[in-house]
Design a protein around this ligand. Sequence first.
Ligand code: GDG
Length: 510
Amino acid sequence: MTTARAVWTSQGLQQLVKRELGDCHLVVVSNRQPYIYKLLDGQVSYEMPAGGLTNAIDPLMQSCGGTWIAHGGGTGDRLVVESGNKVMVPPHDPSYTLRLLWLTEEEEQGYYYGFSNNALWPLCHNAYTEPQFRSRDWQAYRRVNELFAQQVLDEVGNRPAVVFTQDYHLALLSNLLKDSNPDIITGQFWHIPWPNPDIFRICPWQDEILEGVLGNDVLGFHIGEHSNNFVETVARSLDARVDRDYSLVNFRGGTTLVRPFPISVDFDEIERESRSAAVTREMDALTEELGLEGLIVGLGIDRIDYTKGIPHRFRAIGRFFQKYPQYREKVVFVQAGVMSRTDIDAYQRLAEQVDDLLEEINSRFATAGWKPIIYLPTDLPSTKLMALRRLAQFCVVSSLHDGMNLVAKEYVASRFDEDGVLILSPFAGAALELTQALIVNPYATDDFADNILHAVTMPLEDRQMRMRRMRATVRENNIYKWAAQLLVQMLQLNRRGRFSGAEPALSSAD
Ligand code: GDG
């Protein structure tokens, strides 16, 4: 029997942050804005970008208020901002300020497509795509990090402030902030893996990046392995003092606490949406539209990215239908995939590879009225994605390397009926928590195909037992717990000064 534990909620987090924040201003900084305004036929509308980061931080800002500073990349952004390039969001229920900064085409190319996504992204993921290190991209990256720093310093002014930076696009920001205003409390969450020191050392600007990130008082990764890799990279490269017991790095008079904080999803909100009548209606519509009636449905939901192992998954599906022909016309795999970073060659090559494999597998096995894989390469609305999660007897996450992977947790949170099998790569951070998934190496095609068979044939009782346990894990380790643990580490600095090394008190019941 399991004992019920207090679960973190939006309200609990809000109370905690208010209590600890006092008169401190909370600033979140990220490359991507949480709401993008689009101008179409003279009308401004908005959308939320696909991606783990926004899904994770927006609920937190809605609870806590403050300012989110981001690059304004939408065609309608300039029409909605008021003085100071600010607009209140969410548009339907304004609760915090979004402050946008503008980049030139050249800055965006060099900083975002160039150094962030053509150098740092492949460098940090072991997915065998070679990083491209171009000096002009690095210059743009530095320049844009400086632009972000100016915006943050302007926003903060003389107020006490806690600045929570997101991700690898802004590795230099915190150090720039500390140089100008050492009183700002800085924290950063690195949403992608940190590789081992032998891999990271190929970056020509590794020392500048490490020094930049060490401008943080608190630095978070998803799992212990990434934190340890970071600490070891610092120990090997910089003249820093490293305390492995407390995971502290002392460098040039500053101290950085390096810790894992496994990110998660808003479990209750996903479950609420999943139970809605709109989703049930959408399930019927999709069953009709895609011809899913009577079929066992498998599902993949991904940004089309070479770290997500989409070709590996398609190869395994092909192998499954080859090895187990009795499942032709009985099982179908639906792949939803939103395109991303299409300006980068590696992503264009991947999109072609996915199309070729799809064509190859479908033409090999399809029969009149049935094909093995249905590919939906569009940014699907949330109701459709939720309906697909509910229709799917199994969901596949086959990342070659992934910081966490929220798709896995979203699938689990949506299955209030306690049914469904998760096939999960051991190379996604989520595999450390979701141990009742079928853990499958995406490179091992035969084993992968056999695990698809396992998912298809697993008795209901077994599926429910596994799903119940995974749901208990995600319910407890939800997005609010993640935010509370991270922010507590930062906010307690505000209250009692620098680190004592002791664990701060943290309770959802407070
Ligand atoms: C980074 C790290 C880490 C996917 N396809 C569509 C769509 N999505 C949504 C999913 C999910 C999000 O995008 C993807 O989140 P992931 O966690 O899988 O991956 P990344 O974008 O690579 O995020 C990752 C995350 O940051 C958080 O820290 O977990 O490891 O790489 O929410 O549902 N959404 C829509 N249409 C789609 O077709 N609307």
